[in-house]
Design a protein around this ligand. Structure first.
Ligand code: SF4
Length: 243
């Protein structure tokens, strides 16, 4: 019997390896959990998982920015925060982990996450379900602080190195949230955040450009009431269709 042994990243937790044979028998609860897209798609899912395992392991080991981070005030080491699995239908294209996410090794574990989940009308159970939602930032590591205490921009080398490779794992994404200017520029080209968000109907329902949910944008949100009155209900309606 033809059998392929596929290494699964430790991120899947329950098993390091599983086996797939021509009768589509899968001997791992982790693999079954990861392959939630239907029995007829198991073979493709196996390919996805193979790519996923390699990408996840290589990304987790990435230390490209070690010197850059060592030169910041926090002198931290690279710690890529990875939060994605094949099969996710919603992609959150975000900026970079903050210090809290860096420490927790989980994205949006801060007030920005509370606001983003409110915009999406989701609890943590769904928001952090990687089989449903992939969180793929422009940089996977906390970039450090600038002299004013704001987060530094995501190092461009991260998107150059990883973004295409990671996004290839999600061919069936139905909704993409573009959080802030860096991801919007990468996905949509140059432009201003306010104009892009104001023109959200040009991209919906597959793409929703959003401001960063940081408290630093409280004034922006107050100045643009149409954002929470029009865009957010449309986003919530779309997410309820997909999730
Ligand atoms: S930010 Fe990206 S490129 Fe830099 S060390 Fe982290 S994973 Fe690697």
């Amino acid at each position: 019997m033809w059998t392929q042994r596929v290494r699964v990243s430790r991120h899947l937790n329950a098993a390091s390896y599983f086996y797939i044979s021509r009768n589509v028998e899968i001997k791992s609860s982790a693999a079954i959990h990861a392959c939630q897209s239907g029995r007829s798609r198991y073979i493709r899912c196996m390919d996805d998982l193979h790519d996923y395992g390699e990408t996840y392991d290589a990304l987790s080991a990435c230390r490209i920015c070690a010197d850059r981070f060592a030169a910041t005030a926090t002198r931290h080491r690279p710690r890529p925060v990875t939060w994605f699995r094949p099969g996710a239908r919603v992609l959150i294209a975000s900026q970079a982990p903050g210090m809290r996410a860096h420490k927790a090794e989980r994205p949006f574990t801060d007030p920005s996450g509370v606001r983003l989940r409110s915009w999406m009308n989701l609890g943590e159970d769904v928001f952090y379900d990687q089989s449903k939602i992939a969180i793929v930032p422009m940089a996977f590591c906390f970039p450090g602080y600038d002299p004013k205490g704001s987060d530094l921009p995501p190092p461009p080398v991260c998107a150059r190195t990883w973004r295409d490779r990671v996004l290839r794992l999600f061919p069936d994404v139905a909704v993409t949230l573009l959080i802030g200017g860096y991801s919007q520029e990468w996905h949509l080209g140059k432009g201003k955040v306010t104009e892009r968000v104001l023109g959200w109907r040009d991209h919906a329902p597959s793409v929703f450009p959003l401001p960063h949910p940081s408290w630093r944008n409280n004034a922006w949100i107050a100045r643009n009431p149409w954002f929470e009155a029009d865009l957010i209900p449309a986003l919530r309606a779309r997410l309820s269709e997909v999730l």
